[in-house]
Write a protein that binds this ligand. Sequence first.
Ligand code: ATP
Ligand code: SF4
Ligand code: MG
Length: 329
Amino acid sequence: MIHAAPIIRIENLAVEFVDAGAKLHALRGINLSLKANEINGLVGESGSGKTVTAMSIMGLLPRFTAKIVSGSIQFKNESLLSKTEEELRTMRGSKISMVFQEPAKFLNPAFTIGTQIAETVRQHLGMNSAQAKARALELLKRVGLGSDDRVARSFPHELSSGMKQRAMIAIAISCEPELLIADEPTTSLDVTLQAQILGLLKSIKESRRMGMLFISHDLNVVREIADHVSVIYAGTIVESGPRDRLFEKPLHPYTALLLRSIPDPRKKGNKLAAIQGQVLDPKDEPRGCVFAPRCPLAKDRCFTEKPGCREHEPDHASACHYWGETWKL
Ligand SMILES: Nc1ncnc2c1ncn2[C@@H]1O[C@H](COP(=O)(O)OP(=O)(O)OP(=O)(O)O)[C@@H](O)[C@H]1O
Ligand code: SF4
Ligand SMILES: [Mg+2]
């Protein structure tokens, strides 16, 4: 069988922040890869490192407080970490683009949506203003924002959250990127709008064969859209695998407990089975497994020896010394 080469391959990426003199370990050596026409769902609790992963790929980590301590990020054959700011700016929007977690921060309040899309395509595709305007209207239609120019003439504050999210998607796909990063694109939306945005992202991925890193804290959403799932905990990818295998047979205790915490919509009054204990403090540097303080399967070894992330079945890896014992949970 021929395996397609990844569009993006992250190896051993560690990122730290310095905050009031303290060192915060945001990413502790993650590995992640993504192929064309594949959606990799990066799922984890708040603060686990999802947005920092995305910003590292985009080259948008805060310059003065964040530091890439180790690792590499390859986009096809190119090393993103050795690019200049100028080179990264050219790639952003054209080859790699992102739907940001907070639309309000991304959309410029001073310009209409149409102007913002047209400006992006003018810059990256070298279109003249008439072509750029036509392209903006075509993109707004593609994301379901009408066939006339009403939305194109609107300012961000005149749009609902769902419309802003769609407008951001239109900007992100305007130059037909090979990689699209979508950071919690449906979090602020109701269930109906959420389903519409997921359907839209899926159809865009299929029609353009792009790779997509889909970030969410919601396993149900990830199950809906992803082909492959990467579970992140305290800046560490603890499990990654094909979606169906990971949901059917999780190999890491954290994934197993997360899956158990999803409420069953069929059962009335069904409560979330919360995972006991506190998330690891980003200042901590444990010698052993990051999940050990909360793991019901932890043994002495877990507190002194870091488990490597190993493949236990094709394409399905887990970072746990006792990966086969999750069934005991
Ligand atoms: N600009 C920053 N300065 C200091 N620490 C930061 C900064 N951005 C992120 N961090 C820290 O890095 C870690 C990972 O944060 P990140 O934003 O990636 O989490 P996340 O998984 O995206 O969470 P959420 O689901 O809440 O968006 C957290 O401990 C966070 O506090
Ligand atoms: S290595 Fe140990 S503490 Fe970590 S997840 Fe596995 S059993 Fe739990
Ligand atoms: Mg985030």
